[in-house]
Write a protein that binds this ligand. Sequence first.
Ligand code: ATP
Ligand code: MG
Length: 404
Amino acid sequence: MKTIYLIKYAEIGVKGKNRYVFEDALVKQIRFALKRTEGEFEVWRAQGRIYIDGPDDYSFTEDLPQGNPIDEQLRDQLGRVFGIAGFCPVVSVEDDGFDKLAEEVVSYMQRTYKEGEHTFKVFARRARKSYPMESPEICMELGGRILDACDNLSVNVHEPEIELNVEVRERIFIYSRIIPGLGGMPIGSGGKAMLLLSGGIDSPVAGYMIAKRGVSLEAVYFHAPPYTSERAKQKVVDLAEKVSIYTGPIRLHVINFTDIQMAIYEKCPHDELTIIMRRYMMRIAEHIAKETECLGLVTGESIGQVASQTMQSLLSTNEVCTLPVYRPLIAFDKQDIVDVSEKIDTYETSILPYEDCCTIFVAKHPVTRPDPEIIRRHEGNLSEVIDELMEKALTDHEVIRVHG
Ligand code: ATP
Ligand code: MG
């Protein structure tokens, strides 16, 4: 007897040709996650299923609340892989005849459901057609033996509390418990997007949310030395690292935005600074996005959160991009965003009090309903210097590779 894991994934959207793309991406992400544990695990596929196996002498603990430390590391890691709907600890036994199987099944039920009264139903699947009994017979027979042996268990075929699965393959698999996973789609099954990553609470969450749909990430951060410090930049690197635990490696492009910001400050009305600055951020982000084969931009904006995120402001910011801009948090309340950031462990880093380039030079009363026409006209004030400044910002840009 040996315990392995069966990986369950949501099948919607993964039919036909897509299925292979999805499964390949999922296996790759699982292998990636397993490297972060101390154990020697193997991932294998058989008949449209994905399994994780330990060394021969290794068994996963079946009991959910406590496991051995390596098993716990493994569960932690699997709990961070997008595309896994859940994973089941599976007891894998050799086929030594039906009586031996029934003994194993009874013993499994006895040790797994020691306490309390429960209802159950047996689901048998005969993937190995040469097995001498058919599925309904296996169900009936095993159900009967469990009832004989366990006083606290009874059958309910309509709404069973426990779904006991018995799958006859080369070996026989017995399982009934599922540990929930994150859901979503595996990274690499979607395209790649460019995340505008600031040191705030929102953008790391936005990156996590879009990655959950299988999208891999590049990121761009605008800093303004000496007005923003090295520590503020390090904070963004740390956030990228935390996000990359879920998304896989991220290339973080760091853009020196000081000269552009100063030019805007000198030549444009101060109540429009933030919006004009945001437009240049989007233009630069889009430029790098196109060079790095990203299919869209991602921001942490949410309607009405600040002056630069009213619908009118978003219209102005959006106008300068040709790539789609994805805003996964657009309808989230702040508290909902905070909840996710706590869950993914970016919150504590995000609230560190380092200055952001958006918070220096801000106007006391920024426009909340910018008129795109007027904004465009005022941007015209920059026409003599802006091309050169943009080019300089792009050529000087630093790339930092992060992985969690
Ligand atoms: P966040 O918490 O993500 O910083 P915010 O509520 O502070 O968001 P803004 O400062 O208006 O909002 O920024 C809106 C979005 O613009 C951010 O979510 C982020 O995607 C992007 N952004 C803002 N500042 C920067 C920056 N310095 N570098 C990269 N992207 C930025
Ligand atoms: Mg911010």
